[in-house]
Design a protein around this ligand. Structure first.
Ligand code: F0G
Length: 355
C-alpha cells in the first residue's frame, strides 16, 4: 500500500519524478464514526463522522501541506524555510525541515502558543522567535523575511500547502464512499476550508459526485469572516485560530457561497463544552480549536438544521484539525473532580465511595 500524501495522491499533486519526496508518512488518518455524539444530537448513529487529523505525524493537518511545500522547496533549491504560526504550522515546518536538513525559522505570537506545539519546534531545532505581537503581525514579518532574506515561505499562502491539504477531502470520500452532506470545521487563517473545497470539487468532477455544504466556524472574539472586516485584537481560548486577518479570506467565502454553507462563530464556552463532551462521549481528544467545529455542529443541530434531512442517509463530517495533547494545559482549567489520597488501601476505598 502506498503511504504518505505525495505517493498516495501523486497524480493530483504538483510534483514530478524530479521532486525529492520529504515525508513522515502523513495522511491516511482515521474517519471515526461518532455514534454517541450523533445520538445526543437526536440523529441516527451513522450520522456524525470525525476526520481525526490529530493522528498525523506532528499531530495536526498541517503535515499534509507541509510534505508538499517542503518537498517543492528542496526541489527549488531552498536552504531555509520560514513561517509565522499559532503553533501547529511551526511544529510541522520544524519537523519536515529537520527531515530535509533545512534551516527553519518560526515566528510565534509571544505567549500565545500551546505548550506542546512550542515543545515540538524547540526539539526539532528550529530557530524560534517569539514576536511581541499577534499572529497577523508575525505573518507580515514572515512574508517580508521570505522576500528580503530569500527564505522559502511555508505558510498556507504557499499554494503547495493547500494542494497537499486538499487530499483530506479525497480520503473522506474514499472512506464514506461519497462526499458527506455537511462538513463542519474550524476556520482561522482560512487555508484549510479553501483546500477541502478544492479537494471536494476535484473528486466531484472526476467521479461525478455531489458536494458537501461547507460549515466553517470561527471563535467569537476572532471572527473577521463573520463580521466582514479584520479584527485588530483577536481573542479566544482556541489559540490556534486566534487570527484577525485571514490570509485566504476569499477562498473561505467562495467555499461557503459555492457550497451553500455558512461561516459563523461560537463562544469560548461552547468550544470548551464541545471539547470535553467529545472526549467523554467518543474517547477522542482534540485541541480546543478543533472543537470549534463540534460546537458549531451542536449549535446548528439545536437550531434545526437537520430537521428536514433524510436522517438515515445523512452524513456529517467534522474535521478534528489537531490532537488534544498539543495543549496539555487547557483540560486543567476545566472543572474536574480529582483528589489526593493517602497511600493506603482503606483511604483509597473511602475516597472511591465518596465519589
Ligand atoms: N485548527 C488548528 C488546530 C489549527 O492549528 C489551525 C490553524 C486551524 C484549525 C485553522 O486552519 O488557518 O487553515 O483556517 N493553524 C495555523 C498555524 C494558523 O499557524 O498553525 P486555517
Amino acid at each position: 500500500m502506498k503511504q504518505g500524501v505525495i505517493e498516495r495522491f501523486r497524480a493530483f499533486l504538483p510534483v514530478t519524478d524530479q521532486t525529492p519526496v520529504v515525508t513522515l508518512l502523513e495522511g491516511s488518518t482515521p474517519l471515526l464514526n461518532a455514534p454517541r455524539l450523533s445520538k445526543e444530537l437526536g440523529l441516527p448513529e451513522t450520522a456524525v463522522w470525525l476526520k481525526f487529523e490529530g493522528m498525523n505525524p506532528t499531530g495536526s493537518f498541517k503535515d499534509r501541506g507541509m510534505t508538499v511545500a517542503v518537498s517543492k522547496a528542496v526541489e527549488e533549491g531552498a536552504k531555509a524555510v520560514v513561517c509565522a504560526s499559532t503553533g501547529n504550522t511551526a511544529a510541522s515546518a520544524s519537523a519536515y525541515a529537520a527531515r530535509a536538513g533545512l534551516r527553519c525559522v518560526v515566528l510565534l505570537p509571544d505567549g500565545q502558543v500551546a505548550a506542546g506545539k512550542l515543545a515540538q519546534s524547540l526539539i526539532h531545532g528550529a530557530e524560534v522567535l517569539a514576536v511581541a505581537g499577534n499572529f497577523d503581525r508575525a505573518l507580515e514579518l514572515a512574508q517580508q523575511a521570505a522576500k528580503e532574506l530569500g527564505l522559502a515561505l511555508v505558510n498556507s499562502v504557499n499554494p503547495y500547502r493547500l494542494e497537499g491539504q486538499k487530499t483530506a477531502a479525497f480520503e473522506v470520500v474514499e472512506a464514506l464512499g461519497r462526499p458527506p452532506d455537511y462538513q463542519f470545521m474550524p476556520v482561522g487563517n482560512a487555508g484549510n476550508i479553501t483546500a477541502y473545497w478544492t479537494g471536494y470539487r476535484e473528486v466531484a468532477t472526476r467521479q461525478g459526485l455531489g458536494l458537501p455544504k461547507m460549515m466553517g466556524w470561527q471563535a467569537w472574539g476572532a471572527a473577521p469572516l463573520v463580521l466582514g472586516k479584520p479584527v485588530a485584537r483577536p481573542s479566544t481560548v482556541a489559540t490556534a485560530i486566534r487570527i484577525g486577518t485571514p490570509a485566504t479570506w476569499l477562498g473561505a467565502m467562495r467555499a461557503k457561497d459555492e457550497s451553500g454553507g455558512t461561516i459563523a462563530r461560537v463562544k469560548d464556552a461552547e468550544i470548551l463544552s464541545a471539547y470535553r463532551r467529545l472526549a467523554r462521549l467518543e474517547g477522542v481528544f482534540c485541541e480546543p480549536s478543533s472543537a470549534a467545529g463540534i460546537a458549531g455542529l451542536v449549535r446548528a443541530s439545536r437550531e434545526g438544521l437537520f430537521s428536514q434531512a433524510d436522517r438515515t442517509e445523512l452524513r456529517i463530517v467534522c474535521v478534528l484539525t489537531g490532537h488534544g495533547l498539543k495543549d496539555p494545559e487547557t483540560p486543567k482549567t476545566l472543572p474536574h473532580k480529582w483528589k489526593r489520597v493517602p497511600a493506603d488501601f482503606p483511604a483509597l476505598k473511602r475516597a472511591l465511595k465518596t465519589r
